[in-house]
Write a protein that binds this ligand. Sequence first.
Ligand SMILES: [Zn+2]
Length: 229
Amino acid sequence: MVGIRPHRIEPKRVEIPPPQAEPAAPPEHAALLKDVVDFLIPLLSSFEAAFYLYFLRHAIVETGQPYARVSMRDLMTKVVRSAQTERNVAFTTVQKCLAGLEKIGAIRKEGGPRRGGSLYRVLLPDEIEACREAKRAARVKPAPAVDMKAEADFYNVRENRLRIFERDGYKCRYCAKQLTRLTATLDHVVPVRAGGGNGWDNLVTACFDCNASKTGRAVGDFLAERASQ
Ligand SMILES: [Zn+2]
C-alpha cells in the first residue's frame, strides 16, 4: 500500500437529528419490571422466567412495541446455561418452556418461522389473567373512601391514576379497546376548561386516539359527533 495516496475524504456534514420525544417513560418500565417480578415470575419455571425476560427485552424495552422476533437457536444459546450440562439449553426444553409461556398467556405466536425466528406477541402482566388475579389478591389497600374520592387528585398522583385504570379494567371507556399501563391515558369527563376536576368521578380510562380526538369537549358532544361520522 506504500505510495498509494488514500482518497481524500471530504469531511461529512453531520446532520443533527431533531430532538425526539422520549421513546419510553422509565417510571413505567420500572413499574412493569416490578409487576413482572412480583406477579409473573412466581408463576413460571426458572427457564420460563429467563425466556420471558429475554422476550420483554427484545419487545417493549427495545422498541416500545409488544412484539419480538425470536429464534429457537437464540433461546438455546443466548439466554441462560443449562444447570445440568452447563451448556446450551436443549431444544426440547426450549419448546417446553415456550409452550408453558403460551399456556399461561405470557407470549403468543403470531406466525410461522422466518429468517431471524418467529414473531411473538409479548403480553404484559396487566394482560395476563393469572397475573391480574395474583395482583388482585395481593392488593392490601382498600378502595378510597367516598369523600376522599372527591377530594383526592386522581390525575396527578400516579398511584391514584392506576386506581382509575384498575376500576375501568384497563379498557378505553369510549371504544372498549383493551389497554395496558403503558398505553392507558386518563380523560376528563367534564373538561378542565369547563371546570372539571381531577376527582374519581370525573376521570375515565381512554386510549390515546380517543383521548386525542375528544380533547376539550364534553363526553356527550364527543360521542354524538363520533356516532355521526
Ligand atoms: Zn378508545
